[in-house]
Design a binder for this molecule. Structure first.
Ligand SMILES: [Zn+2]
Length: 342
């Protein structure tokens, strides 16, 4: 669904501005705005880049949100359609960025090894504030990489001057740990650490108003992607995060980062869990038929060709690791590649 130009009050005191997204068929991301007597907090201000920035500014004008009144930017997790606009908005408005205490993007230099730093060395740092843009790390199954996909990386490098005009690395000045409280829009919100979609996903819950800002953790019509890059059992983490949200006593409205607000959180959570149970069952059958096979091969059985690629591989890996944790499949390594079988 394409981004709507309409500004909608989706819950008491919560405005929704929709920004365009040109990938993964999502069409839009919801940016929520909360006002208090000092100004506005904006949640997930969209992708990096000129189109998203200009749309954000025109939506803010339409909503009566002057740039200089934005005092807080919340980023729910480290996906570009959520953090991409945050750094520039913070720089232009002077706002503070708030994210999970685990928040980290692939633009961060804090967590890379020497080899990667060497690879970054041949970019002139004066030319680019983000030399780490070339960082490439093998995924656990030896297939894809963290960071921009290789086919986009060359293009990003070629157009880096343009890119960095419209993108600043988001640097949170306040990090919210699980169960920390924060005041936004004059109301008290509790931060809920909800890993699985990413390892730094943060939901915000206004207990008194019954409002859940759900980020990508629970979406009304699509099943959130499960990360293949979280060590351990990311699908289990995701399901446990989902159960935790379902158990919240008084959620009356869920505000997702994509799609329309909805009310039946527990019902939607059950649907998503059923979907994963079905996928696990299907993958188990595939493993039975395939013999020893790697993640990419199995992802090609589990997904239709139009979905093949790093997202499908990551999700297949997460499901395989869930099956392995229940002893339904076993794993071995051959020449650095993981293989699975019943
Ligand atoms: Zn996401």
């Amino acid at each position: 669904m394409d981004a709507s130009p309409d500004i909608v009050e989706v819950a008491t005191g919560v405005l929704r501005l929709q920004l365009p997204i040109n990938f993964t068929g999502l069409g839009h991301v919801n940016t929520y705005a909360l006002e208090d007597d000092k100004g506005f907090a904006l949640i997930d201000p969209g992708l990096p880049g000129e189109e998203s920035w200009k749309t954000l500014r025109s939506r803010m004008d339409a909503a009566g949100i002057p740039l200089e009144r934005v005092h807080t930017i919340i980023v729910t997790h480290s996906h570009p359609d959520h953090f991409g606009g945050a750094g520039l908005l913070a720089e232009e408005s002077g706002a503070a960025i708030v994210a999970s205490d685990r928040f980290r993007t692939f633009f961060d230099l804090a967590d890379i090894d020497d080899r990667e730093l060497e690879a970054a060395d041949d970019i002139d740092p004066g030319e680019s504030p983000i030399p780490s843009i070339r960082i490439e790390r093998p995924s656990p199954w030896g297939g894809s990489t963290i960071g921009p996909p290789p086919e986009h990386r060359a293009e990003m490098l070629a157009h880096r001057a343009d890119l960095f005009k419209w993108f600043k690395v988001p640097r949170p000045s306040l990090r919210v740990a699980d169960c920390d409280h924060i005041t936004l829009g004059g109301r008290d919100w509790v931060g809920l650490f909800t890993p699985g979609h990413t390892d730094d996903h943060l939901c915000l819950y206004d207990e008194e108003g019954g409002v859940l800002l759900a980020g990508d953790q629970v979406l009304p019509t699509i099943t959130p992607h499960i990360s293949g890059l979280i060590p351990g059992d990311p699908l289990l983490m995701y399901i446990e995060s989902l159960d935790r949200l379902s158990d919240l006593p008084d959620v009356s409205i869920v505000l997702p980062a994509h799609g329309q607000p909805f009310h039946d959180l527990a019902g939607r959570a059950e649907e998503i869990k059923r979907h994963h149970d079905e996928r696990l069952e299907r993958l188990h059958e595939i493993c039975d038929a395939a013999g020893w096979a790697n993640v990419i091969e199995l992802s090609h059985e589990l997904f239709a060709p139009r979905s093949w690629g790093s997202m499908a591989e990551a999700e297949t890996f997460a499901h395989l690791e869930r099956l392995r944790a229940t002893s339904a499949v076993q794993r071995r390594e051959e020449a650095g590649i993981l293989l699975y079988h019943l």
